[in-house]
Design a protein around this ligand. Structure first.
Ligand code: SAH
Length: 215
C-alpha cells in the first residue's frame, strides 16, 4: 500500500514511507475491515479512519514540524493511527497528544497503540490520548509545532490557533459540505498564513451529541 502511494505520487518523502511502514494500519482498523485499501473505513460512533492517502498527505505536510523533540497535537484522533505516527516521528524527547471526544474510541485507540510499534512511547509518557472536546485544543502541552485536525471545522477554532507555536503548522479540513484541507502557518511575528491544499471530505468537528445523533 505504501509503495502504491509512492508510485501515485502521494508520498515523496522517505520519512513518511518509514513511519507508515512502522505503524501498521492493520492494528488500527476494526476486525474484518480491509486495512490496506485506499479509502476511509467506518470505526463506529459515526466516525471513520481516514484513507491512507489522507494520512500520508497530512504527515507529509507536517513533516518539518514533527522532528525529534517537537510537540504535536492530533485533534479527533479516532483510531489513534496518526497520533502513533506523530509520536514515532517526534520520539521519546518529544510529545504527541491525541484528543478525541468519544471515550470509547479513546479506549480502543489506546489498545491499538499498545499493539503497535509506538507502544513504548505510550508507556514512556511521550504519547497520550485524552477524552475531550478537541475544539479547545489541549493547553497542557501547548504550544505545538504541529497540529492535525481529523474532522472538518466550520471555521478554524481560535484555541487551536492560539496553541500553535510561532513557526508551527496546522493542517485542518475547513468547511461544511464543501471542504478544503487548509495549511495554517504561524509566522514568527504571530500572524498566520493560510492556504488551501486540496478539496476533501471529512466527518464534522462538532459536539459529541450532534455526532451520536448522526449530525
Ligand atoms: N485521524 C482519525 C480520524 C477519525 S474521524 C483516524 O484516522 O482514525 C474524526 C474523529 O474526530 C472522530 O473519531 C470523531 O469522534 C472526532 N471528533 C469530532 N468532533 C470532535 C471534537 N469536537 N473533539 C474531539 N474529537 C472530535
Amino acid at each position: 500500500m505504501v509503495e502504491q502511494l509512492q508510485r501515485y505520487g502521494v508520498i515523496s518523502s522517505k520519512k513518511v514511507v518509514e513511519v507508515m511502514e512502522t505503524i501498521d494500519r492493520a492494528l488500527f482498523v476494526p476486525d474484518g475491515t480491509p486495512a490496506y485499501v485506499d479509502s476511509p473505513m467506518a470505526i463506529g460512533y459515526n466516525a471513520t479512519i481516514s484513507a491512507p492517502h489522507m494520512h500520508a498527505t497530512c504527515i507529509q505536510l507536517l513533516e518539518e514540524n514533527l522532528q525529534p523533540g517537537m510537540h504535536a497535537l492530533d485533534v479527533g484522533s479516532g483510531t489513534g493511527y496518526l497520533t502513533a505516527c506523530f509520536a514515532t516521528m517526534v520520539g521519546p524527547q518529544g510529545r504527541a497528544i491525541g484528543v478525541e471526544h468519544i471515550p470509547e474510541l479513546v479506549a480502543s485507540s489506546i489498545k491499538n497503540i499498545e499493539k503497535s510499534a509506538a507502544a513504548s512511547l505510550l508507556k514512556g509518557g511521550s504519547l497520550s490520548v485524552h477524552a475531550g472536546d478537541g475544539r479547545e485544543g489541549w493547553p497542557e502541552h501547548a504550544p505545538y509545532d504541529a497540529i492535525h485536525v481529523g474532522a472538518a471545522a466550520p471555521e478554524i477554532p481560535q484555541p487551536l490557533i492560539d496553541q500553535l507555536k510561532p513557526g508551527g503548522r496546522m493542517v485542518i479540513p475547513v468547511g461544511k459540505i464543501f471542504q478544503d484541507l487548509q495549511v495554517v502557518d504561524k509566522n514568527l511575528d504571530g500572524s498566520v498564513s493560510i492556504r488551501n491544499k486540496t478539496a476533501v471530505r471529512y466527518v464534522p468537528l462538532t459536539s459529541r451529541d450532534a455526532q451520536l445523533k448522526g449530525y
